[in-house]
Design a protein around this ligand. Structure first.
Ligand code: 5AD
Ligand code: SF4
Length: 488
């Protein structure tokens, strides 16, 4: 089980592992640190690719670098606070390396450009999520001792043809961004202000990227978007076809295309939106064994009134109907969610509706947060942030308690079942064990050896689940499904 109280997944993943070849004789070294969501991790890989063409090689620590880039997150106040602390730490690094340049990328660059440039002397460069192509010119300016900034948002930019440099990779799973921005305007969310309007990436460039990943030995892709269900190519938001000579592609069609890239490639995606998730998508998921049976479907609240204030576009009944449809199409599908405790005006009764909804869905996993007011959002303009901090804390704890019970029950339920596991790497706790994931995204710990064969990342193994904790499963290997390790 994964419980996040105040920061989203991957909140401090230090990137820098270089996996691709670079032109020889280069001396510039970049260290990229990503905060926030998977989308930022994926963006950092696009940035590394743009910088590789400009002569930069990624390194594994800020201390080794000539350029440090912090790819930042604004989703909650605490996320921004963490980055601000890190920016302050850069003063020490600069004191020992006068040539060091420091850049802030991503959502905070977009939201706080003036503050960063005026109040944080250590920052040389501020670049928003749609302006990464201009990094080489901006760095040239920085090289002359000036500060450089570009936070222009775009309606078109999808970095579609840029081949990301995989950073911090296990060589097995990769992120593939399929769309950018968000048009939804959920009342609590800063993303539409920091990442701009929604736009989808050309499906053929997505399929090409996935094919290349398979050829390099990757065995899993996660298709990323703020709201993948509104992915649309060659059709505008009113439903009009743009080019009659080209096919229209929606998310279900795209999933179908990616699933057919190779039966050896597992496909995941994130994030779905309950108002847009169609049965067509569920039917495609059910049809292909290599599309993982796992859906992240953020509910945010179990109360229809709160959902209305949040401007989520669905109510409790609609959400529960979507859950029923998932279960009908794929009875073994795992479901996770995001929940916000103490949104503006939330009453005790409304909070209890969240608890009862959680009980009835019985989520496999949840990311749970206290509401954090974000400047400029609909909620900040319209509603007072009036649930006291200690009440938010208590409600969050009650939400976490329900989730703990439900995660444990889901994991225990897997004991005795036979699962296909994709091996991802060596277990942190023991070099004699490997870890992987089943289709439901649960971590499975396995022995490193089976009948004299050493298992390698990238192998699919059939496993009987023998034990479970709230956080992981243990499996007994029954057989190896493909013996082709990655990058063999
Ligand atoms: N306060 C707390 N949580 C938030 N999220 C988004 N904005 C806020 C906010 N202002 C949560 C939502 C979203 C997840 C990525 O972060 O649950 O689904
Ligand atoms: Fe934010 Fe809502 Fe868009 Fe998700 S769907 S990024 S919560 S506005």
């Amino acid at each position: 089980m994964k419980i996040e109280q105040s920061l989203p997944p991957c909140q401090h993943s230090a990137l820098g592992y270089l996996c691709g070849p670079f032109p020889k004789g280069l001396s510039k070294r970049v260290y990229i640190e990503s905060y926030g969501c998977q989308m930022n991790v994926s963006d950092s890989e696009v940035v590394a690719s743009i910088l590789a063409k400009d002569g930069y090689t990624p390194v594994k620590s800020a201390e080794e670098a000539d350029l440090v880039l912090l790819n930042t997150c604004s989703i909650r106040e605490k996320a921004e606070y963490t980055v601000m602390q890190r920016i302050n730490e850069m003063n020490n690094l600069k004191a020992s390396n006068k040539e060091l340049k420091v850049g802030v990328l991503g959502c905070m660059a977009e939201r706080m450009r003036e503050d960063l440039l005026e109040k944080k002397k250590v920052v040389d460069l501020v670049v928003g999520p749609d302006a990464y192509r201009t990094l080489p010119e901006l760095l040239e300016k920085v090289g002359t001792g000036q500060k450089a900034v570009n936070v222009l948002l775009s309606r078109e930019e999808t970095y579609s043809e840029i081949e990301p440099v995989r950073l911090d990779t296990n060589g097995v799973s990769a992120f593939v961004t399929i769309m950018r921005g968000c048009d939804n305007m959920c009342a609590f969310c800063v993303v539409p202000f920091t990442r701009g309007r929604e736009r989808s990436r050309d499906p053929h460039t997505i399929v090409d990227e996935c094919r290349k990943l398979v050829a390099q030995g990757y065995r899993e892709v996660t298709l990323l978007g703020q709201n993948v269900d509104s992915y649309r190519w060659n059709i505008d938001s009113r439903g009009n076809v743009k080019d009659p000579d080209l096919p229209v592609t929606d998310f279900a069609d795209l999933l179908d295309m990616v699933a057919r890239v190779s039966p050896l490639l597992r496909v995941r995606y994130s994030t779905s939106h309950p108002k847009d998730m169609t049965d067509k998508v569920l039917a495609v998921m059910a049809r292909y064994d290599n599309i993982c049976k796992y859906i992240h479907l953020p509910v945010q609240s179990g109360s229809s009134q709160v959902l209305h204030r949040m401007n989520r576009g669905y109510d409790r009944a609609w959400y529960l109907e979507r859950i029923a449809s998932i279960r009908k199409h794929m009875p073994d599908c795992a479901i996770s969610t995001d929940i916000i405790a103490g949104f503006c005006g939330e009453t005790e009764e409304e909070h209890r509706e969240t608890l009862t909804l959680m009980e009835s869905v019985a989520y496999d996993m949840a990311f749970m947060f206290k509401y954090s007011e974000r400047p400029k959002t609909l909620a900040a303009r319209k509603y007072p942030d009036d649930v006291p901090e200690e009440v938010k804390g208590r409600r969050l704890q009650e939400i976490i308690d329900v989730q703990k019970r439900s995660s444990s029950a889901r994991m225990l339920g897997y004991i005795g079942q036979v699962h296909e596991v994709l091996v991802e790497g060596v277990s942190k706790r023991s070099a004699e064990h490997l870890y992987g994931r089943n289709t439901q995204n649960a971590v499975v710990i396995l022995s490193r050896w089976w009948n004299g064969t050493e298992l390698k990342p990238g192998m699919f193994v059939t496993t009987e689940i023998t034990n479970a904790t709230a956080g992981s499963l243990q499996g007994r290997i029954i057989g190896i499904m493909n013996e082709q390790p990655v990058n063999a």
